[in-house]
Write a protein that binds this ligand. Structure first.
Ligand SMILES: Cc1cc2nc3c(=O)[nH]c(=O)nc-3n(C[C@H](O)[C@H](O)[C@H](O)COP(=O)(O)OP(=O)(O)OC[C@H]3O[C@@H](n4cnc5c(N)ncnc54)[C@H](O)[C@@H]3O)c2cc1C
Length: 462
């Protein structure tokens, strides 16, 4: 090991890479990390963090409107997009500096450079024009929005990366995609006053989430004024003489908007990194193939996070980093656990979910109980907002284990985090029933749904 410059070289300074570098360095290992763009990676620079800030920004018009029922007179509000962008930039610059400092503060070396593999122990740093060596190499280069070169006029389209930094807010936007990024941005732009159309090729937005939530969110978004066109894709995008964009959809519908945003998936950053030359196995998608310990086909080269195409979430990349550290540096081989991951969609209303959807549970178990409550949350009584909250528990009939919990409504993401604990612990509906409610909250519904709304036995609702 002494023959190498470093014990560990990490390529990619995002959620997973920075965590691995920081923890390895704090164990006294000689560590370096290279980042070609900005430390913090997707999550901090152009993902979770700026997205959530924009979600907050976009919620104010509803708060202002809701305030009237509580006796407030709110003067006509105005919104300044450049102020939001500038304040967001300040915040992410602050976080970026912290991410870098966290590595350097424990003795790690941080390079602002693209890094590529030369051989199984060597990495070329483009900005420094030199090659360094390491005993172990970790690839944490993440992913980027999938391009759509087959779309005529794709050069006029933007992706989530650009959406954060538009020079001006468009009057009308079309977003293509049905995943959480498309849905969240549709709500953000709509909340900020942009005429928003969501175009999705599938039959319902947010595949893989519980169908009840998908339908209810779809309905609520439409009620707010977001146009959702399913079973549709765009055929072409053209710039018109007014400088706006004309779009023709497969359904024959035509739209004219100021921006078209594509959110049709993400692809791993594995090109031109020397991976094939070194013999690191890639899947057809370009993702790095790893075993349960995040080890690639080359035994001293590891990969974590979005570049491996397992589950693309920040806490997952961080968990994979921690398992990698245990395995590679602590003599404690630790397989990554991807089971029962709580997650949120920061739509309006929000989705919080953990465990199996009803459809997945039905496929897996011969007998399930479904507990379902749909009600107007207390805060919407005086506001008069016509929006319902949906809560749903999916219970396996034989063991009575709660195998799925799904919420649509205010603070659903916060609730999903806490529900992740009992579901991960394998607690039963009986444990939920004997838990005291917190009153008055919306979450109390989760421990007061005593009778199943229905059961599904061998695929039949009874
Ligand atoms: C719009 C959006 C919203 C999101 N919202 C959420 C959310 O709410 N919650 C959540 O959990 N997740 C969210 N995600 C997903 C989350 O951001 C990712 O799962 C997470 O960032 C993955 O971390 P990573 O370390 O694998 O990669 P990244 O964070 O992408 O970091 C990879 C880094 O490697 C760098 N890099 C690439 N190639 C090289 C190279 N050759 N040399 C040097 N550096 C290189 C890149 O510049 C990048 O900084 C969101 C993503 C997007 C796009």
């Amino acid at each position: 090991m002494a023959g190498y410059d470093y014990d560990l070289f990490v390529i990619g300074g995002g959620s997973g890479g920075v965590r691995a570098a920081r923890v390895a360095a704090s164990l006294g290992k000689r560590v370096a990390i290279a980042e070609e763009y900005r430390f913090g990676g997707t999550c901090v620079i152009r993902g979770c963090v700026p997205k959530k800030l924009y979600v907050y920004a976009s919620q104010f018009p509803e708060h202002f409107a809701d305030a009237a029922g509580y006796g407030w007179t709110v003067p006509e509000a105005s919104f300044d997009w450049p102020t939001l962008v500038a304040n967001k930039d300040k915040e992410i610059a602050r976080l970026e500096a912290i991410y870098k400092k966290n590595v350097e503060g424990v003795g790690g070396e941080a390079f602002h450079s693209r890094a590529v593999l030369v051989d199984r122990h060597s990495v070329y740093l483009a900005a420094e024009d030199r090659t360094v060596s390491a005993d172990q190499i970790l690839i944490a280069t993440g992913g980027r929005p999938a391009p759509h070169p087959a779309l005529s006029g794709h050069e006029y389209c933007i992706f989530s990366n650009e959406a954060f930094d538009l020079k001006q807010l468009p009057k009308a936007i079309m977003i293509e995609g049905g995943g959480y990024i498309a849905v969240e941005f549709a709500n953000i732009f709509h909340g900020l006053g942009v005429e928003t159309t969501l175009v999705y090729r599938g039959r319902e937005i947010l595949s893989r989430f519980d169908m009840d939530l998908r339908r209810s969110l779809h309905e609520t978004m439409e009620k707010k004024g977001i146009r959702i066109l399913t079973h549709s894709i765009s055929e072409w995008v053209r710039k018109n003489p007014q400088g706006r964009l004309d779009v023709l959809l497969s359904s024959g519908q035509a739209l004219t908007v100021d921006q078209v945003m594509l959110a049709i998936g993400r692809i791993p950053n594995t090109e031109n990194m020397g991976l094939e030359g070194v013999g690191v196995e890639l899947a057809k998608t370009g993702a790095i193939v790893v075993d349960e310990f995040s080890r690639t086909s080359i035994d001293n080269i590891w990969a974590i996070g979005d570049v491996t195409h397992r589950v693309q979430l920040t806490p997952v990349a961080i968990h994979e980093a921690m398992c990698f550290i245990e395995t590679a540096f602590k003599g404690n081989p630790t397989a990554v656990d991807h089971d029962t991951i709580p997650t949120a969609v920061f739509s309006q209303p929000e989705i919080g979910t953990v465990g199996l959807s009803e459809d997945e549970a039905v496929k897996r178990f011969p007998d399930i109980e479904v507990y379902r409550a749909s009600f107007r949350p207390m805060r919407h009584t005086l506001s008069g907002r016509d929006e319902k909250m949906l809560m749903k528990l999916v219970v396996e009939g034989a063991s009575r284990k709660v195998v799925g919990a799904h919420i649509l409504g205010p603070d659903a993401g916060e609730m999903a985090q806490l529900l992740g604990i009992p579901l991960k612990a394998g607690l039963t509906k009986h444990d939920f029933d004997r838990t005291m409610a917190v009153h008055p909250t919306a979450a109390e519904e989760l421990v007061t749904m005593y009778k199943p709304t229905y059961r599904v036995k061998n695929g039949e609702r009874v």
